[in-house]
Design a protein around this ligand. Structure first.
Ligand code: 2HG
Ligand code: ZN
Length: 466
């Protein structure tokens, strides 16, 4: 251990007990990164606080002797928001993973930030309720991280983003003050709602140390249709047909390449016996039992119009889950290709134009790279993954991808869309933030950062610089 590392550990153990400060190489490597690729993890220590008091102590210490802190949840982020590559101290929430309180009258559950999303979903189920935010990494991501990145996922079309479920929040600001925000109130017209500044702030303003989230009644009989389509523009036309008559809980799309990768890596059997250029996955509640009839009529309409070639529909919950696997398995199935990811959104009305432009851009580079397209079409969010060819050098691949993502971002910008729909900005998207936020807005963002974190100890280098 170097002298400075020893001095730092000596300070950290004045706040948390020594067994909860780690500096071993494997811990530094494991906790120093998230699911994004690019940056090399290089934290100076990992601490595992157990209480709000300890977090406050750590922030006080960081301000006093000046060291940077990186909040760390499930580290499933894809934009490098939880990467520690500059000798930061990583503050892991793994030991703050308790569901603290459930209020049946309010349907509010109070949790520590380290609760795994999937565990909250199971808890809600055990109470006959439902936590509506869902995405492929729910089994590993933590609530604090979801809130810090305003996580979206597959049901945004019906239930909105994480922001819509946060009814209260305790935070320790970068100055070290404890704020108790909104306290579970449904109505509260008392001025600035700081809760919403912390949601999506990516750990740059302070630590989220407790959360109060709303639960609701579960959807009744979620039913899934998987549809095979020939053309990308037909995905949007199919969405319009289904949206008009059914209240959808999800409308996802993915390309044939995505389907091939999922089938191969999970050894699944092909639902249609042939690969289509595109697929749409439609989910709706078959609550009063006639919704399935409505969906069948809409399906027929899509077939007659030539939008859809064929489809299957789930008959029970286990079949619904199996159909979801084709969509939810995509990210994992392409992980070995070191994918370069773009996560963009436009208003639904602009999506047809955006997809046309994307096809034009892809037709140029698809000779060079495999392109995997998928996303939450129902809410206007498209994921574009470029796969690294095995023979191509990583550096060269990333440089080429950056050129392509600039073209994509330019197109998104011209349509008034967002260069990060749900993956956040972190380190990776930071150079491109000005495609979605103008300079005046960025200045206000910097001002907010300075207000809450004047010494710049909270996740410095991410999102905005001050
Ligand atoms: C999803 O929708 C996630 O599955 C990951 O947002 C997207 O891997 C991606 O690009
Ligand atoms: Zn997504």
């Amino acid at each position: 251990m170097s002298w400075t590392a020893k001095k730092l550990v000596d300070q950290l153990i004045t706040v948390v007990e020594p067994s909860r400060v780690k500096i071993g190489a494997s811990d530094l490597e494991y906790y120093g990164k998230d699911w994004s690729s690019g940056a090399t993890p290089n934290p100076s220590a990992i601490v595992f606080p157990k209480s709000i008091n300890e977090i406050q102590g750590l922030v006080g210490l960081a301000n006093k002797i000046n060291f940077p802190l990186v909040p760390s949840g499930g580290r499933t982020g894809l934009s490098g928001g939880a990467v520690a590559s500059e000798r930061e101290v990583v503050v892991s929430f793994d030991r703050m993973n308790k569901i603290l309180k459930f209020d049946k009258v309010d349907n509010l559950v109070t949790c520590q930030p380290g609760v795994i999303t999937g565990d909250l979903k199971k808890f809600a189920e055990s109470e006959g309720l439902f936590y509506p935010v869902d995405f492929a990494s729910a089994g590993a991501s933590q609530l604090g991280g979801n809130v810090a990145t305003n996580a979206g996922g597959i049901n945004v079309l019906r239930y909105g983003m994480t922001r819509d479920w946060v009814e209260g929040m305790k935070v320790i600001t970068g100055r070290g003050e404890l704020l108790d925000l909104n306290r579970g109130l449904k109505k509260n017209a008392t001025g600035f709602d700081f809760r919403h500044l912390f949601i999506g702030s990516e750990g740059t303003l302070g630590f989220i140390v407790e959360l109060t989230l709303e639960l609701i009644s579960p959807p009744e009989e979620p039913t899934v249709m998987l549809l095979g389509l020939q053309k990308i523009e037909n995905t949007v036309k199919t969405l319009a047909v289904f949206k008009e008559k059914l209240s959808l809980t999800a409308f996802e799309f993915f390309s044939g390449t995505a389907m091939q990768k999922v089938i191969k890596s999970n050894e699944l059997s092909d639902p249609f016996g042939r690969i289509y250029p595109f697929y749409a996955l439609v989910e709706f509640e078959n609550n009063n039992k006639d919704q399935l009839d409505v969906a069948s009529v809409l399906f027929e309409k899509c077939i007659k119009s030539g939008y859809v070639v064929e489809g299957v529909v789930s008959q029970n919950q286990s079949q619904a889950k199996s159909l979801w696997k084709f969509r939810e398995g995509i990210t994992e199935s392409i992980a070995d290709y070191n994918p370069f990811k773009s996560d963009v959104s436009c208003r639904i009305s602009k999506i047809p134009t955006f997809l046309q432009e994307l096809e034009k851009i892809s037709s140029v580079f698809s000779r060079q790279f495999e392109v995997v397209l998928f996303g939450h079409l129902g809410d206007g969010n498209i994921h574009i993954n470029l796969l690294q060819p095995f023979q191509m050098d990583s550096q060269e691949f990333r440089e080429e991808c950056k050129k392509i993502s600039k073209l994509i971002f330019e197109s998104v910008q011209s349509l008034g869309g967002s260069i990060s729909a749900e993956h956040g900005i972190g380190l990776i998207k930071k150079p491109y933030l000005s495609y979605s936020r103008d300079e005046a807005e960025l200045n206000y963002m910097r001002g907010v950062k300075r207000l809450f974190d004047p010494e710049n100890i909270m996740n410095p280098g991410k999102l905005v610089d001050i």
